[in-house]
Design a protein. Sequence first.
Length: 387
Amino acid sequence: MLKTGRGAEAPPFLVMDVIAAANARAAALPPGAPGVLRMEVGQPSTGAPRIAVVAAQRALSAGAPMGYTEAFGLRSLRERIARHYEDKYEVTVAPGRVAVTVGASGAFPLAFLAAFDPGDRVAMAAPFYPPYANILTALGMVPQLLPCDASTRFQPSIAMLEALDPRPEGLIVASPCNPAGTMLSAEELGAIARWCHENGVRLISDEIYHGLSYGMAETTAAALSDSAVVINSFSKYFSMTGWRIGWMVLPEDLIRPVECLAQNMFISAPHVAQVAAEAAFEGVEELEGNKAAYARNRDRLLAGLPAAGFDRLAAADGAFYLWADIGHLTNDSVAFAARMLAEAGIAATPGVDFDPARGGRFLRFSYCGAEDAMAEAPGRLRAWLGR
């Protein structure tokens, strides 16, 4: 029998299975039947900002070869990202510390391989974004889960970190986080960043939902720690999921290691996506309009879901998710989500994707879809559950 590698044992990212099931159900619906309401995936229903599309069209029409760029991306894009940190956070980031990546998904393995060795422990709050743990496991590292709940706002604390024995080599934080949408305050993130730096723990700060917060200020770890790795993306706020373009802000000691890894693993992010991404920074009016639509969706669901029986929701400080405790309805979120899709035509993601131990009693609703669909969802759920 032929050998398979460690990567062949990686668990699935269940939301992708839900997407496939929702696609199949939608395709099988007869003409005139109510459509499937898509609340399973964190993909904005809006496309890239118009100014980004025009920039890509112009570059392609000009006949430019759109070949490889430097591994860390176009110099002009890296400079524009550095200026974004000055404009938004009032922090100076040298363009040389910026690495353009194939989405945030391409950034994580680069960061993990450069910062950690096989066998190293990397802590994270549970619930968590599944690829954190799956990528670490595939690379031979050990996810170290910090069980969090509503009492901790689904975020880690210094007390949790102090209790770890042995201490981890790394910590991943996300603010706003997926799936709960909660955020760390500037003081909380600052304290965690100091603790990590003082204890030799590499902080990885996932900031891909920055730009999408609703009343709470966003803080970047780039302003708090010289040793942290910051990961961001054009997929969420900028509505450019399929363009596969993201970035990292790297500490000085990881710049060359990450560059060498990127050269060998990815060569470079797609050239045309980089052109579009640079232009996207100028599409603020359109992007803020998208955010306002998400905020309206959020408000509709926060008002309507409790009456439908989903009344145990995490504080939705940011991102575009509601993390619902459905323990009073089921302890099998996979079966519950399948029934909800089949019987109510609503696709949502089972909590076990984000917390294998406790996720059977949770469901994640995404509200970045079309406004009419989000407005319809509470009524469908009430009818389905007989409320």
